[in-house]
Design a protein around this ligand. Structure first.
Ligand SMILES: *[C@@H]1O[C@H](CO)[C@@H](O)[C@H](O)[C@H]1NC(C)=O
Ligand SMILES: *[C@@H]1O[C@H](CO)[C@@H](O)[C@H](O)[C@H]1NC(C)=O
Length: 384
């Protein structure tokens, strides 16, 4: 190791907070694992690299199982990934303007990396690239589960205070995936906004693009962004715009009116009550008949159509191109640290963080096709 390298390592150690008040703190090292869970007709693979979802397999309308998330076959590939496939992202997902914020009268400079300016997704080498501890695995039960944990040290990527984070994945035999992300600030208040960054393609991960899938969002408003992709602080109604998914719509129908595709935070309807699970999104894939219903307790959801995917070599050698998958990232609002009118993302020792999501998979039935509005209403009145 040459001197520059050694110096850099020492600087990094300092920046990551391993050297704590003069006392060096041993950081536990874990090996990368893959955990497979199965129940009923659903099975899934997870890895503790980034606490990630690697695959989810559910039947299509003919009973044929298929993998509906984008990803890689080997955990090694996750180390070189730049798409955040299936990762848990944080400490603060999305962008923080200029990579800085102030909290309780103190200014914090983060380690910005987007154009050397804004902080994106908590910084590189953060949660998505950490090897989490596999705390608990329960297989051979009706509701199999895996629990990952990660202790983010004081000062990681410039964020104040130590935070202990857990992510639990649980499968249910009626084709549900439940995700619970919890965090506790140990001594100091700090911003926190985790997302689960799975890319979905209900037509199977290798079926091409998601443009023919239908989407309904329970959101009347978005938080519009400026030309650096950071919220202006305003809320804007979606009705009548290309962002309008108040009724189920084909995703590709108006995507060409937006530069690159969808990448925006929606304001999910309903009370901002962390206890309540709210209807968030419904996706339907006409090719396979699969339906996914998402509920969550979060105030926002980033809808992203994989605009930046560019010839990514994924599972089975499949090449993922733009729009090969879609992300429904339940979250607090982006750049909330700079917008007092947005729901607060500050956690503190007395105010822990709990983010819940449920993904329910099924096959389209008459009831699900009701959003075709008049057609099914007509059917109903025929019957009566
Ligand atoms: C699982 O698959 C079998 C065979 O296709 C089907 O009969 C059963 O209803 C499915 N169970 C659920 C919960 O979807
Ligand atoms: C509902 O729509 C899906 C396509 O979105 C189709 O595959 C399915 O057959 C429809 N179901 C009924 C009962 O019409």
């Amino acid at each position: 190791m040459d001197k520059l390298c050694l110096l850099l390592s020492l600087l990094l150690l300092g920046a990551f907070g391993f050297v704590n008040g003069g006392k060096s703190k041993e950081k536990k090292v874990f090996k990368v694992e893959v955990i497979e869970l199965k129940t009923g007709n659903i099975s899934a693979k997870f890895t503790n690299y980034g606490a990630s979802v690697m695959s989810i397999i559910v039947p299509d309308k003919n009973g044929k199982p298929g993998d509906i998330v984008l990803g890689y076959d080997s955990t090694d590939a996750y180390k070189n990934d730049e798409t955040y496939f299936g990762n848990v992202v944080g400490r603060v997902a999305n962008r923080i303007r200029d990579g800085r914020f102030s909290l309780n009268g103190k200014e914090y400079q983060l380690r910005p990396h987007e154009n050397g300016k804004h902080l994106l997704h908590g910084g590189h080498g953060a949660l998505a690239d950490a090897i989490w501890e596999v705390k608990k695995v329960k297989k051979d039960v009706a509701d199999p589960t895996v629990l990952f944990s990660y202790d983010s040290p004081d000062g990681e990527e410039g964020f104040p205070g130590e935070v202990k984070i857990t992510v639990r994945y649980l499968l249910r035999p009626d084709n549900r995936l439940r995700v619970t992300m919890k965090a506790k600030a140990i001594k100091q208040a700090t911003p926190l906004n985790l997302v689960q960054h799975t890319y979905w393609n209900l037509g199977n991960h290798d079926s091409g693009d998601i443009l023919s899938e239908e989407l309904q969002l329970f959101a009347n408003q978005i938080t519009p962004i400026d030309n650096e992709r950071i919220p202006t602080g305003k809320l804007e109604p979606v009705k009548g715009t290309p962002y309008d998914f108040l009724e189920s719509r084909v995703i590709g129908s108006r995507i060409n009116q937006l530069p690159g595709g969808y990448d925006i935070n929606y304001v999910i309807e309903g009370p901002d009550d962390p206890i309540r699970m709210k209807k968030t999104a419904i996706v339907k894939d006409p090719r396979t008949g699969r339906v996914m219903k998402l509920t969550s307790n979060q105030p926002g959801m980033q809808f992203y159509t994989g605009n930046l995917l560019k010839d990514v070599k994924g599972k089975g050698g499949v090449i993922y191109k733009a729009h090969a998958g879609l992300c429904l990232l339940t979250q607090g609002f982006p750049d909330a640290v700079h917008h007092p009118n947005f729901p607060s993302i500050i956690v503190s020792p007395g105010k822990p963080y709990k983010h819940k999501m449920q993904f329910k998979f099924k096959i389209a039935s008459d009831k699900d096709n009701k959003s075709d509005g008049k057609k099914s209403d007509a059917k109903k009145s025929d019957k009566s």
